[in-house]
Design a protein around this ligand. Structure first.
Ligand SMILES: Nc1ncnc2c1ncn2[C@@H]1O[C@H](COP(=O)(O)OP(=O)(O)OP(=O)(O)O)[C@@H](O)[C@H]1O
Ligand SMILES: [Mg+2]
Length: 257
């Protein structure tokens, strides 16, 4: 079983420290949720795990099965099994959803075996249709330019479709629920649930307990000021929904005073 281990991670953006010693372990098969007020560094954590160049790691470690993730390029991280569903997915006009996914799959196959000729088109089409059906997506989507003119909900589904085709071992979902109507929320959650299992570790970042009624985490963490300040089970999310974050602000202030 794989482990994603984050140890005492410090990350800065333009000389401003955002993550201030964050530690978290996610094992394959586990679902962890991270909640926390705006601007505490949740997306910073997600981008850092994917290797975004704007985020400078100034301390700590990230290990995937003991291998140093921070030394890997973003594409190596993806091949190693880490997947990030973005809070704000970007449009790629001119590249269809199908072509994007096929080249992602094929570049991964070629990285494993330089002789690989790529996934045969009929096999790819069949696989894509199955995944789109699972996510209740119209098949026309495959021929549209990635995220170009997609509604908020469609973008989120497209992210989950990528996850379903790339079959990562660790998926980080950054506010995959924002902007979704109730039906879309359920579809996206069902998609994640269909993919989850002993092969997949999930880190879901969300502001709303509501999502956690559908994607059921075993662990809930609260992030504040660039650190995890509280961890618990699903009850913690319910408690936050009712009481907000102030009690944690006070508690953390007492601890650091
Ligand atoms: N490119 C950047 N340049 C300067 N500051 C940045 C940059 N990106 C992020 N920050 C700052 O880093 C802090 C953490 O941002 P981050 O996006 O990680 O927060 P978040 O916890 O995901 O918030 P939200 O819940 O609103 O999504 C914020 O104060 C933000 O303004
Ligand atoms: Mg964010």
């Amino acid at each position: 079983m794989s482990q994603l281990e984050i140890k005492d991670l410090h990350v800065s953006i333009e000389d401003k420290e955002i993550l201030k010693g964050l530690s978290l372990n996610v094992a394959q098969g586990e679902i962890h949720a991270i909640m926390g007020p705006n601007g505490t560094g949740k997306s910073t954590l997600a981008y850092t795990l994917m290797g975004h160049p704007n985020y400078t790691v100034t301390g700590g470690e990230v290990l995937l099965d003991g291998k140093n993730v921070l030394e890997m390029e973003p594409d190596e991280r993806s091949r190693a099994g880490i997947f990030l569903a973005f809070q704000y997915p970007v449009a790629i006009p001119g590249v269809t959803v199908a072509n994007f996914l096929r080249s992602a799959i094929n570049s991964r196959r070629r990285a494993d075996n330089p002789e690989d000729k790529g996934m045969p088109i009929p096999e790819f089409r069949k696989m894509l249709k199955e995944k789109m059906d699972m996510l209740k997506m119209d098949h026309n989507f495959a021929g549209r330019y990635l995220n170009d003119g997609f509604s908020g909900g469609e973008k989120k589904r497209a992210e989950i479709l990528q996850m379903a085709t790339l079959k990562p071992s660790f998926a980080i979902l950054d506010e995959t629920d924002s902007g979704l109507d109730i039906d879309a929320l359920r579809v996206v959650a069902d998609g994640v649930n269909a993919l989850s299992g002993p092969e997949l570790g999930v880190l879901v970042i969300t502001h709303y307990q509501r999502l956690l009624n559908y994607i059921k985490p075993q662990f809930v963490h609260v992030m504040m000021g660039g650190r995890i300040v509280e961890s618990g089970g699903p009850d913690l999310a319910l408690h936050l929904e009712e009481h907000g974050y102030d009690w944690l602000r006070e508690k953390t202030a007492e601890e650091t005073a």
